[in-house]
Design a protein around this ligand. Structure first.
Ligand SMILES: [Zn+2]
Length: 407
């Protein structure tokens, strides 16, 4: 029986021991008996559930050095990456994606839902590489895959069939990108029909621009309700909400809530890509998660892109995303800093249906121990993740060493 004992960690603001048995949290309490266990001394250290990435692109990570990147009047990130991915091989994708995942684990991620691009340019090479990683990283990282149509579905003759084939091979989600097709509603309809036929939940990259005429999340919410898929649809981006008149936005938000849609914001990418043509006031382009949370939506943040033209400084560290989020979304008050970890832990787990998740007895022992006393300190100082624990086993130990010279 594998056993692990965390002594004196800070759980929900109280000093607690955590006893782990058989990959689960067995007991949480003070002054527990640790005999026979491997003991980690985590006194006065913040303990959180393992971080959950819900929206990330490991297949197109670490390619910034293969292209010039964004410049005024130049090609979009989509165009730059579409060209590059024609040359991707299975091994190339595998090596770059593996680097993303090992970094993510090192930074406290215990579950990841990743997009895998499927289209005429890259065909199934990304699927093959990522499925191999699912097996190779078992026990260190739970990896779920989204069959994702980054190039739309009406621009070539193969993507739709390849997406279906990928789901039949075991990819657990279907992922649409309506703004890549002229007929956005036709795109959305195809995804709902296919998701229902194949029995999988849906993710959309949605409403990433600042033109309200192109809004789709209202239609997605309507379809979600009409087809009885409430709670099984996640939406990434939703930048466009930020340019709607407040009364209109409130209407849309009410509809999203009724459809129990999970909102995933990607602040690092928005800050890099958005507002480039605005000559007076640079638009942040980041969904207002504080407001959406107050309205009762399940809100999440995620990393999205890693070192590519969409986010050249992207890094799979959700503690970093919390800081970016705090800065980009005006979420720096003490109560806000205290709930920011929800966005990468419990809310993220709920968005993608991770079961038995959290800091409670009986839950899976997926934990991160931070070198901080509370979330505000961890976010502000970007504290080290001292231990990352997956299924009750330590999968990463990190230490920072500083030597200050004497005055
Ligand atoms: Zn994305």
């Amino acid at each position: 029986m594998s056993t692990l004992f965390l002594r004196g960690g800070l759980v929900g603001g109280r000093t607690q021991d955590i006893a782990i048995r058989d990959e689960r949290i067995h007991t949480i309490g003070s002054g527990l008996d640790a005999s026979g266990d491997e003991i980690l001394d985590v006194r006065d250290k913040l303990v959180l559930p393992g971080f959950v990435e819900t929206h990330i692109h490991p297949d197109k990570a670490f390619i910034a050095d293969r292209t010039e990147g964004l410049r005024a009047g130049g090609p979009t990130a989509q165009t730059l990456v579409a060209e590059l991915k024609k040359q991707f091989t299975v091994d190339d994708v595998y090596q770059r994606a593996r680097r993303v995942m090992e970094l993510a684990v090192r930074h406290g991620c215990t579950t990841m839902r990743a997009h895998v691009e499927i289209d005429a340019f890259v065909e199934m090479r990304g699927v093959e590489a990522l499925r191999r990683l699912q097996k190779d990283l078992a026990g260190k990282l739970d990896l779920e895959l989204i069959a994702f149509a980054q190039e739309g579905i009406f621009n070539d003759t193969v993507t739709k069939d390849l997406l279906r084939a990928a789901v039949r091979m075991g990819l657990a989600w279907l992922g649409g990108c309506p703004y890549m097709d002229k007929d956005q509603r036709g795109h959305i309809d195809w995804f709902f029909e296919t998701a229902q036929e194949l029995g999988v939940p849906l993710d959309f990259h949605a409403d990433s621009s600042d033109d309200p005429a192109l809004l789709t999340c209202d239609y997605i919410a309507e379809q979600t309700i009409e087809r009885g898929m409430q709670g099984r649809v996640t939406l990434g981006h939703l930048c466009m909400l930020d340019v709607l008149e407040p009364a209109h936005r409130a209407q849309i938000v009410a509809k999203l809530r009724e459809a129990r849609i999970h909102v995933i914001s990607l602040p690092a990418t928005e800050m890099h890509v958005k507002g480039r043509t605005d000559t007076r006031r640079t638009w942040r382009g980041v969904a207002r998660l504080g407001e959406l949370r107050d309205a009762g939506l399940n809100v999440v943040i995620s990393t999205n892109n890693i070192v590519n033209p969409f986010t050249p400084y992207g890094h799979p560290d959700l503690l970093r995303q919390m800081l970016v989020c705090a800065m980009a979304m005006h979420l720096g008050n003490l109560d806000q800093l205290a709930w920011l970890p929800e966005l990468v832990t419990t809310n993220a787990a709920r968005a993608i249906g991770v079961e038995d998740y959290g800091l409670a007895e009986g839950c899976r022992a997926d934990l991160v121990v931070l070198d901080a006393r509370d979330a505000a300190q961890a976010i502000t100082e970007q504290s080290e993740k001292l231990y990352v624990i997956k299924n009750g086993r330590v999968v990463a130990r990190n230490r920072r060493i500083t030597e200050l010279s004497a005055p």
